[in-house]
Design a protein around this ligand. Structure first.
Ligand SMILES: Cc1cc2nc3c(=O)[nH]c(=O)nc-3n(C[C@H](O)[C@H](O)[C@H](O)COP(=O)(O)O)c2cc1C
Length: 144
């Protein structure tokens, strides 16, 4: 089982969330890499059984939320049935940031396994590890 965690982060929160997701995936037995959306190793992407992709929430805090710098995800290659789990970090209200990123990635051929918005003061193992375990379970269901 191989997992890849791809993040877009401006201030470091989403990178920290990505690293915790990577740690939890490794704990569950997956060979795991973590990288910025601007430095994706295409071989690792091709090899991954499950890819976590996450960004920060950009918007007007209570309206117009969207994944930050989503254009960077749009530049990824065609995802061709790749199983992808989406996450975002946010301060007060993520709106539909997770759904927005999922839509972009599904438009690139990804199969969305699930997703989670992580509040920036809850970027810790207690909040992240159960999400990762859930996504592993959902992948088994999705892969039949
Ligand atoms: C320009 C800008 C707009 C933001 N808009 C929102 C928002 O609409 N809703 C929200 O909950 N957080 C918003 N945030 C907070 C960030 O999403 C949050 O702090 C996130 O964890 C930052 O991740 P990063 O450290 O990886 O860049 C905004 C932050 C910035 C810089």
């Amino acid at each position: 089982m191989k997992a890849l965690v791809i993040y877009e982060s401006m201030g470091g929160n989403t990178r920290r969330a990505a690293e915790l997701i990577g740690g939890a995936a490794q704990f569950l037995g997956a060979e795991t890499e973590v990288c910025s959306v601007t430095a994706v190793d295409l071989h690792q992407l091709a090899q991954a059984d499950l890819v976590f992709m996450g960004s920060w929430t950009d918007g007007l805090f209570f309206a117009g939320q969207r994944p930050g710098r989503v254009g960077r995800f749009k530049k990824l290659p065609w995802l061709d049935g790749k199983h992808v789990s989406v996450f975002c970090t946010y301060a007060v209200n993520p709106g539909n940031t997770v759904g927005g990123l999922a839509k972009v990635l599904a438009g690139k051929g990804a199969v969305i396994v699930g997703g989670k918005a992580i509040k920036r003061n809850q970027i810790d193992n207690a909040h992240v590890a159960p999400f990762v375990a859930d996504q592993f379970e959902a992948l088994v269901q999705a892969a039949g």
